[in-house]
Design a protein around this ligand. Structure first.
Ligand SMILES: *Cc1c(COP(=O)(O)O)cnc(C)c1O
Length: 399
């Protein structure tokens, strides 16, 4: 056998051993919709409260704040919208730059662009796939200078209005170091926590380290509201502003239509919030199952040469949203054929995103070294990660 064939067969065997025999094609990530989802959706239909007013929205926001320990949560139509709101309320505006990873879902940069600001890419760490503190620090020491209204990129003349870290596949980023660098340069810190609901850094929920953060409840995320997102913050003023701007900036009045900002209709509909309330009720069970699945995968892949599994960072609790494999550098040319065999064998597996600086739409953005980003993007792939693949899943629900 060639080494590529061996790597394929060992990877397939490792997955099989971890999740047991499966009858159907195993999706990368499928949602679990608990029985209460039916009941709450029916309540919306029976009462006619299906749209942007209705009691489930407030209930979802309260439960979400409780689940994350945040003072406030503001539900939105999707995670990208939530992220755009985060940037807007922290002062990102026309002609600014926002530092973010190039290795992220395109929404991170799109939300920056929708504020008419420019993404500025920095490299990521191989250990957790999020912004590398050394890369951020060396980039800022090279380009940052102090200006009248904050930190300026001396090469472009634009203000660096924020740093946005993304917790990749649910593994918390290196928050202490990144926050310290942002404080040193006096740059507001924001978290794209779209993938990290249920992930903790040193005991504190991700999304609570930045001034504000965004989560997503898209269909493939750890919990889904069909489509949806939320702004999280401990700052009541910012939360009020997020609520105001996501609800057309209408000044409260019994009948008058007065709007004091050019704002959005980014409200989450009640139907979606009803799904969210039902799913938050089972979040602890989902997290346990995903932890168990990651443990089984880790045990299997520790015995496979040529590939390693991305592990939970020290002092962190990951939600294990997607389990990721990283091929050794010598094996990177085998990635696509490995993906081919995995998918043919009934396991939906996907590569990580193409880095954004390699997309035509973002190729001209300022950036630091992309060495780790490019290497990881050639070597990483995600394997089936649904909670119901954990062997004790059904039992955990009936308890
Ligand atoms: C999913 C995701 C988003 C956007 O969320 P949507 O709800 O799909 O708009 C943003 N950033 C990252 C990193 C994501 O994975």
């Amino acid at each position: 056998m060639t080494s590529i064939e061996q790597l394929s067969s060992e990877t397939i065997a490792a997955i099989e051993n971890a999740i047991g025999p499966q009858e159907e094609f195993v999706l990368l990530h499928r949602p679990y919709l608990p029985p209460n989802a039916w009941q709450y959706m029916k309540e919306c239909l029976d009462t006619g409260w299906v749209s942007s007013a209705g009691s489930f929205v407030a209930r979802f926001e309260e439960e979400l704040a409780k689940a994350t320990g945040c003072a406030r949560a503001v539900a939105t139509v999707n995670g990208t919208a939530a992220l755009e709101v985060c940037f807007r309320i922290t002062g990102v505006s026309v002609g600014d730059e926002v530092i973010c990873p190039s290795l992220s879902f395109v929404a991170t940069a799109n939300a920056i662009s929708h504020c008419q600001a420019v993404p500025h890419f920095v490299d990521v760490s191989e250990s957790c796939l999020s912004i590398c503190p050394e890369a951020l620090s060396s980039r800022l020491s090279k380009v940052a200078k102090s200006g009248a209204d904050g930190t300026i990129n001396r090469e472009t003349g634009r203000r660096i209005a924020a740093v946005c870290l993304m917790h990749c596949f649910g593994h918390p980023g290196e928050l202490d170091d990144i926050v310290e660098i942002c404080e040193k340069y006096d740059i507001p810190f924001i978290e794209d926590a779209a993938e990290s609901l249920g992930s903790y850094y040193k005991g504190k929920h991700t999304g609570r380290f930045g001034k504000v953060s965004a989560v997503s409840f898209n269909g493939n995320k750890i919990i889904t509201t069909g489509g949806g997102g939320a702004v999280l913050t401990d700052d009541h003023e910012l939360a009020d502003r997020a609520k105001h701007l996501t609800t057309t900036a209408k000044v409260p009045h019994k009948w008058e239509f007065r709007h004091d900002n050019i704002a959005w209709n980014f409200r989450m509909p009640n139907l979606n919030a009803a799904l969210g309330v039902a799913q938050l009720e089972v979040l602890p069970e989902l997290l346990n199952a995903k932890r168990e699945l990651a443990r089984l995968y880790l045990a299997q892949f520790s015995q496979v040469d040529g590939v390693k599994m991305l592990a939970e960072p020290a002092d962190c609790r990951s939600n294990h949203w997607l389990n990721s494999l990283l091929l050794d550098v010598e094996n990177e040319s085998a990635r696509d054929s490995l993906l081919g065999s995995l998918n043919e064998s009934g396991y939906q597996c996907r590569p990580v995103w193409l880095p954004m600086h390699q997309l035509e739409i973002y190729e001209d953005c300022p950036r630091g070294s992309m060495e780790q980003t490019e290497s990881i993007s050639r070597r990483a792939l995600n394997i089936p990660s649904s909670a119901d693949l954990a062997p004790n899943w059904s039992a955990s629900l009936s308890q």
